[in-house]
Design a protein around this ligand. Structure first.
Ligand code: NAD
Length: 310
């Protein structure tokens, strides 16, 4: 079974490539533009067993060439940093909306059996109490989440209009190895290791539901193979923590002082809390397997060993 993985040199995409490379049934081709967030080093352990094509998901010629003999497509490729989207929203529309559109057009054209869109809990917006289900309204707050919601709506429209064989997963915040150190956990690990300040937004009480990246990768594979076409599946880790709790845990693990915490002006439109109800994908047999604390320890170890020079 030949599987096209877009954005496979990024954080979650590369972990997914590592995950499925353990199974000889998959023939893997990665398409990645190699933006600042993509890194060929993320694929070094599996590079010999996969095909890699450098290119943009918006490029008709390259997508056509790569997709035409693929059975499945998983689209991780996206601009992903909320802060960057606040400064420069345009590129988010290009990659996350127009790029998704170009992929869907080619899925329609070729004999692709399943297209899986990787989305995010951020499309639902903030929730004070309770958890979002797949039926909840989309109410994104940032240009990033709005562009992801735009991609999701195109996916759902292609299903309704053309019967394009699509599935969408929406996961909560991932952490683990191979993430570019701009997002909270890898940035704070890197800064703490170098005794640099950890810039916490606002009062640090914004809550995220954290999932270990390998749990998400397993959920994505379950949705890809067992999910019902046209459906959306939430994938949450069940570990709701506020940013200060995460910050203190990182300082604790590294034995660094609380004085490194620096409160900075809050992010514009900063969502207060994300929370996902993942019961739908659990009915397909998926459960998060990794303990949050152990996975955090391993993550810190990984950055210590692999990323100190950044
Ligand atoms: P990332 O920023 O680490 O990696 C994105 C990858 O996509 C990079 O390798 C980049 O080079 C590539 N890319 C970007 N634009 C491209 C384009 N136009 N054409 C081809 N390649 C392109 O992102 P990530 O954190 O691994 O996220 C992967 C997906 O998962 C994204 O769709 C994101 O919205 C979603 N997601 C991420 C999280 C998270 O916590 N990181 C949570 C939920 C959902």
């Amino acid at each position: 079974m030949k599987i096209m993985i877009t954005g496979g040199a990024g954080f979650i995409g590369s972990n997914f490539v590592h995950h499925i490379s353990k199974n000889d049934d998959y023939e893997v081709v990665v398409l990645d533009k190699l933006t600042y967030a993509g890194n060929m080093d993320n694929l070094k352990e599996v590079r010999d067993g996969i095909e890699f094509v450098e290119g943009d998901i918006k490029d008709e010629e390259v997508v056509s060439r790569v997709m035409k003999d693929c059975d499945m497509v998983v689209n991780f490729a996206a601009e992903t940093h909320v802060d960057v989207s606040i400064e420069d929203p345009g590129i988010f529309i290009e990659s996350n909306v127009k790029g998704t559109y170009n992929l869907l057009e080619h899925v329609r054209k070729y004999d692709v059996e399943r297209y899986l869109q990787i989305s995010t809990d951020e499309v639902y917006g903030s929730i004070d109490e309770g958890s979002f289900t797949e039926e909840s309204n989309l109410d994104p707050s940032s240009p990033y989440s709005a562009s992801k919601a735009g991609g999701d709506l195109l996916v759902s429209a292609y299903w309704k209009t053309y019967d394009t064989p699509v599935i969408t997963t929406r996961s909560s915040n991932n952490f683990g190895p191979r993430q570019y150190p701009e997002k909270l956990i890898p940035l704070f690990i890197m800064n703490a290791m170098q005794d640099k300040p950890l810039p916490v937004y606002g009062d640090g009480k914004n809550v995220r539901d954290w999932i270990y990246v390998m749990d998400n990768c397993k959920g994505i594979e379950v949705a890809l193979l067992k999910g019902k076409l046209g459906e959306v599946y939430n994938i949450g880790g069940g570990n709701e923590k506020n940013n200060l709790e995460i910050t203190n845990l990182i300082l604790d693990i590294l034995g660094k002082p609380e004085s490194l915490v620096t409160f900075v002006e809050d992010r514009l439109g900063h969502d207060r809390r994300y929370s996902l109800d993942s019961s739908k994908i659990m009915k397909l047999g998926w459960r998060p397997e990794f303990s949050f604390e152990k996975a955090m320890l391993e993550t810190v170890e990984w950055y210590k060993t692999n990323f100190l020079e950044v």
